[in-house]
Design a protein around this ligand. Structure first.
Ligand code: AMP
Length: 187
């Protein structure tokens, strides 16, 4: 199954994505994680991404599109994959449509995990205390939420029009949400 996993920062996407991927035996492709790893290692990609990630802005489309294009052609993606945090702009969504079309392996489902804004700031601040992410300070959190509203939220409509959107309520316990996601995916 080829899945796009959408939702605002702090919706619990990453955690749920891990559970779903281990159940399905498919890789979780998190562009945020790929970028953070590159930043930790100080690679060219990491140096290019740093200022964008640290300010809560999006890394240029061409950079992330290139990463995903290569990654989904790796042998472990043969059975499917889950994209966590990509696409985040209409340009990325169009590029993904084009590349999956060219590979003859279109997306099966775009799942949107919906959580109200005020809940998100609290969750993100809590996560900032537990993990040590460079982009979980209050001003950066606000900027990431704004970036999401402006650039990524339109993708919900994009995938609705494509006819592959599934919406899931992201409020509740971890187990409840996992249950809803599995039901939406029919697994
Ligand atoms: P995430 O872990 O998905 O919240 O991503 C953390 C940060 O990495 C984002 O705030 C962006 O700066 C960058 N990033 C991750 N995925 C993308 C993407 N698809 N397009 C642009 N920037 C991204």
């Amino acid at each position: 199954m080829r899945i796009v996993f959408m939702g605002p920062p702090g919706a619990g996407k990453g955690t749920q994505a891990k559970i779903i991927c281990s159940g399905l035996g498919i890789p979780q492709i998190s562009t945020g994680e790929i970028l953070r790893n590159a930043m930790d290692k100080g690679t060219e990609l990491g140096r290019e991404a740093k200022s964008f990630v640290e300010s809560g802005a999006l890394v240029p489309d061409s950079v992330v599109i290139g990463i995903v294009k290569e990654r989904i052609q790796e042998p472990d993606c043969e059975k499917g994959y889950l994209l966590d945090g990509f696409p985040r702009t209409l340009e990325q969504a169009d590029a993904l449509k084009k590349m999956t079309g060219e590979l003859g392996k279109p997306l099966d489902v775009a799942l949107n995990l919906a959580v109200p804004q005020d809940e998100l700031v609290q969750r993100l601040l809590e996560r900032a205390r537990k993990e040590n992410r460079p982009d979980d300070t209050e001003p950066v959190i606000k900027s990431r939420l704004q970036t999401y509203e402006e650039q990524t939220l339109p993708l919900v409509d994009y995938y609705r029009k494509e006819g592959i959107l599934k919406e899931v309520n992201g409020l509740g316990s971890l187990e409840e949400i996992t249950g809803r996601i599995k039901e939406a995916l029919g697994i």
